[in-house]
Design a protein around this ligand. Structure first.
Ligand SMILES: Cc1cc2nc3c(=O)[nH]c(=O)nc-3n(C[C@H](O)[C@H](O)[C@H](O)COP(=O)(O)OP(=O)(O)OC[C@H]3O[C@@H](n4cnc5c(N)ncnc54)[C@H](O)[C@@H]3O)c2cc1C
Length: 459
């Protein structure tokens, strides 16, 4: 009989699952993507500013993965977007340390240095990175990145380097974030090496294709990737209705969707659940209370993006952007000089586009400003950080991501593995709530979930 598979959540993980399901299941299998919002893509959404495509969410993804191309690059190629993949200009980025923009030291792993002689004035190493006759991390153990690096290199390396670099990705603090999830290569080498320097160097030398550009974007924007994935999946797309309940039936699953006064049900044979932790936990409650609890503990940081098109000729430092450590006290945690970083946008003849990222984990109250006030605040702080007042923008927008970035604390991997063990076949979890925040991790997670549930369809 013709099978039906539900993908709940139309972000990149759900879409990658839908495409892989299309590739793996017999022709005629019905795949349905349920997205509560009015558009697909989740945190991938391309906006417009001064006539240029400017990302309202994720901007780029890692080019390389363990076996060569990262899963995101492989996915884009699979969707026929190989020719649309572009890379940033080789312009350096900086750190704002005590009010001064300083180049990011070379040779670090997300801010954790492997060569302590290259730190310059950015940070002084004060810890003792001694060989104590055993690996840094016991087998199966996890630790907060900050705890490990503070013990080995001292406070400044964490506060001035690791915090802003990790914060650039997670908007979180190194003292809370899991080494195993946020820096898996370093966690692997820390289980073998006896010093942090040796572990960082081992992780760096295990990297493949060091010559490839680190980041890749899509010419035309991430929404192109989203549209191509939706088309390739051949899925029926249900927009605008949240799935409110998930329960088992004798042969499969029943979804309850739509508003409370006008509920709808849909019966399917298998489900990929690709939503953030809070809705995932709610939907798992009737399936496994233990899984729901393990998934529901994940906390999130709220962030906002302020994008400004400044008049052509607005002078900016010769950088692609900069990161700001939390200790500087600004709401701005990072800034990208968008038109300079991305040459495919055609230069700065029409506008100079700056995109600032605002807010960190635990700071959501500081984002409680009107859009106009948030924009003013961003422009004022950027001026101070750059050392020159910025002119009024000719166009701008604010994009808020309430609960946008997961904060994986130590033990996250084990909690997710435990949750998965509680689930019956035919239900798989995918996405940033489980397997990592980056687009490559989300794509790989969606693809794995599709493989899991398609096996259950054959049984
Ligand atoms: C500002 C920002 C910048 C980022 N920059 C980068 C970057 O440059 N590079 C990078 O690799 N990563 C970046 N990320 C991270 C990356 O974008 C995300 O981790 C990734 O897109 C998450 O994908 P996902 O499919 O797991 O989840 P989401 O994108 O969150 O998608 C989940 C979807 O589920 C839907 N949903 C929720 N509940 C229900 C329900 N009950 N029923 C139906 N649908 C539901 C939501 O509406 C949403 O569309 C960034 C994230 C943010 C917020």
């Amino acid at each position: 009989m013709r099978k039906r598979v539900a993908v709940i959540g139309g972000g990149i993980a759900g879409l990658a699952a839908a495409v892989r399901l299309r590739d793996l299941t017999p022709p005629g299998t019905e795949i349905i993507v349920y997205e509560q919002g009015g558009v697909l893509g989740g945190k991938l959404r391309t906006g417009e500013l001064a006539g240029l495509p400017v990302e309202r969410g994720a901007e780029s993804f890692l080019t390389s993965g363990p076996g060569g191309d990262s899963p995101a690059v492989a996915f884009a190629r699979h969707l026929g977007l190989g020719d649309a993949l572009v890379h940033p200009a080789t312009v350096p980025a900086a750190l704002s340390i005590t009010g001064r923009l300083t180049p990011i030291p070379a040779g670090t792993l997300v801010g954790v240095p492997g060569d302590l002689t290259k730190l310059g004035d950015v940070a002084h190493v004060t810890g003792a990175d001694r060989d104590e006759g055993r690996p840094l991390l016991a087998a199966g153990a996890d630790i907060a990145v900050g705890e490990l690096v503070r013990a080995r290199y001292g406070e400044e390396v964490v506060d001035r380097l690791v915090d802003p670099m990790l914060g650039g990705v997670y908007a979180g603090r190194a003292d809370r974030l899991s080494l195993e999830v946020t820096m898996p290569q370093l966690a692997a080498t820390a289980r073998v090496e006896h010093t942090l320097q040796a572990a960082v160097r081992a992780a760096q030398s295990a990297r493949t294709r060091p010559a490839a550009p680190v980041f890749t974007a899509v010419d035309g924007g991430m929404s192109r990737l989203v549209a191509a994935a939706a088309a390739a999946s051949g899925a029926r797309i249900s927009l605008g209705l949240p799935v409110r309940d998930l329960s088992r039936t004798t042969h499969g699953w029943r979804l309850l969707l739509g508003p409370v006064p006008a509920p709808q049900t849909d019966d399917v044979d298998a489900v990929v659940l690709a939503v953030p932790a809070k809705p995932a936990s709610r939907l798992l409650a009737a399936v496994s209370a233990e899984a729901a609890e393990a998934v529901g503990v994940l906390d999130y940081a709220s962030v906002a993006l302020a994008a400004m098109a400044l008049p052509p000729g607005t002078p900016l430092p010769e950088l692609s952007g900069f990161l700001v450590p939390p200790s500087e006290g600004t709401l701005v945690k990072a800034a990208t000089f968008f038109t300079r970083k991305w040459p495919h946008l055609g230069g700065e003849k029409d506008a100079v586009i700056v995109r600032a990222s605002l807010g960190r984990h635990g700071e959501q109250d500081r984002l409680q400003l009107t859009d106009d006030d948030l924009l003013d605040r961003a422009r004022h702080e950027l001026g101070e950080l750059i050392g020159a007042d910025l002119p009024a923008p000719v166009a701008s927008w604010i994009q808020r991501w309430g609960g946008g970035l997961p904060q994986y604390t130590p033990g996250h991997r084990d909690r997710v593995a435990f949750a998965r063990q509680q689930l019956p076949p035919g239900l798989a979890l995918a996405g940033a709530a489980f397997d990592g925040v980056g687009i490559p991790a989300c794509v790989a997670s969606g693809e794995r979930a599709a493989e899991d549930v398609s096996k259950s369809l054959e049984e």
